[in-house]
Design a protein around this ligand. Structure first.
Ligand code: PLP
Length: 394
């Protein structure tokens, strides 16, 4: 298998697994326990908090462990809404992950929020001046702009947006789920008030995440109960998951310091150049400079992404359509459409995302397999003769 879907999820790093095991076996104490056995778990959670804080440029006290990136995003919104119940306006973009877009649409439909969707350009770059125009001091509850896009890898104008919000006295959240561990991220330096992280996107396990909450702002919990996480997120801690996330944060920090970005970018560029060269009618979606080093989102003109994915799956390559297929039918990618492209491009784009575990050999093999698969679909459809729609696997 050639795994090129690391923006969907990543393999658990072997050292992360090792770090987690004791907390799935002997050290199963409840961190809230008033005995030494509980303190073992509590200390491990606190050590992990330090590590996550260090990787993402925050203080340990600013880290609230959650169950996933989706929960972190929801928690930031609900905290802002409770902090400023009189503010009924939200700002985001349609290129955000569905964990933000669907939430904002829900808040608009069910809770009467007015929403401004800031446009992105053809390269996926967010219009910063539009943020300045729509932010309303005293009325906007939250502005949410992602650090890095999950489909294209394009980087958001986090610092600029945070600066605009700071001036206007408005809370600012950034979904940094795709960025943390791949590029340097600092909540402190960015000026963000809330920053979302997810464990399984950075070689920790599924079921753990964090919301970083700047000490400069108030935080209202969404999950109310036993008062864990200093009352900021009730529910008994996922100790093994948290420990794993701490270990992953440590490893990602070391890898970034050792230049992993360049290594991964080199492989991504080699893959991309190979496909662009070998397959006619291909183009990169998103700004080629301002994007994550691991992500390549490619448009295959006239080729149905679904068909390509089926052939690639058969050939042992894991990658993703930009489009959502939760209903069983592939919708054109919302992100590609938000960039002003048509439905055809939205249905003919595929995301390949590498990790530090990817190898040059795999990448070269993948170029050949992608070229072969696209060629097969193109043979079935001479250029200009309409779309090739991949059949469902029987
Ligand atoms: N935000 C972004 C940008 C993502 O890519 C994802 C996952 O794909 C999420 C949020 C959701 O994270 P989780 O799967 O941890 O809920």
């Amino acid at each position: 298998m050639i795994y090129l879907d690391n923006n969907a999820t990543t393999q658990v790093h072997p050292e992360v697994r090792e770090a987690m095991l004791p907390y799935l076996e002997g050290s199963y104490g409840n961190p809230s326990g008033g005995y030494r056995f509980g303190k073992e778990s509590r200390d491990a959670v606190e050590a992990a908090r330090e590590r996550v804080a260090e990787l993402a440029g925050a203080k340990a006290e600013e880290v609230v462990f959650t169950s996933c990136g989706t929960e972190s995003n929801n928690s930031a919104f609900y905290s802002a809404m409770e902090t400023y119940p009189e503010r009924k306006h939200l700002v985001s973009t349609r290129a955000e992950h569905s964990a933000v877009v669907n939430l904002v649409e829900y808040l608009e439909a069910k809770h009467g929020y007015e929403v401004d969707w800031v446009p992105v350009d053809g390269e996926g770059l967010v219009d910063v001046e539009a943020i300045r125009r729509v932010v309303r001091p005293g009325e906007t509850a939250l502005v949410s702009i992602m650090w890095a896009n999950n489909e294209t890898g394009v980087l958001g104008p986090v610092e600029e947006a945070a600066g605009i919000c700071e001036e206007a006295g408005v809370l600012f959240h950034t979904d940094a789920v795709q960025a943390v561990g791949k590029v340097p991220v600092s909540m402190r330096e960015s000026g963000a008030h809330f920053l979302s992280v997810s464990g399984h996107k950075m070689h920790a396990s599924k079921g753990v995440g964090a919301l970083l909450v700047s000490e400069r702002v108030r935080f209202q919990a969404t999950l109310i109960g036993g008062g864990q996480e200093k009352g900021r997120r009730s529910g008994t801690e996922n100790v093994a998951g948290i420990v794993g996330m701490g270990k992953a944060a440590e490893l990602m920090g070391q890898a970034l310091a050792a230049g992993i970005e360049e290594r991964v970018r080199g492989m991504r560029d080699r893959f991309e150049a190979g496909v662009l060269e070998a397959v006619e009618g291909t183009a990169v979606n998103g700004d080629r400079e301002r994007r994550l080093p691991n992500t390549s989102n490619l448009y295959f003109e006239g080729v149905d992404a679904e068909g390509l994915l089926i052939l690639l799956d058969d050939a042992g390559v894991c990658c993703s359509p930009g489009s959502a297929c939760s209903t069983g039918s592939f919708e054109p990618s919302r992100v590609i459409m938000a960039m002003g492209h048509d439905k055809e491009r939205g249905r003919s784009s595929v995301r390949f995302s590498l990790s530090s575990f990817s190898t040059a050999g795999e990448v070269d093999e993948a170029v050949g397999l992608v070229t072969g698969a696209a060629g097969k679909l193109r043979v079935a459809r001479p250029r200009g003769a309409g779309r090739v729609v991949g059949g469902k696997r029987g």
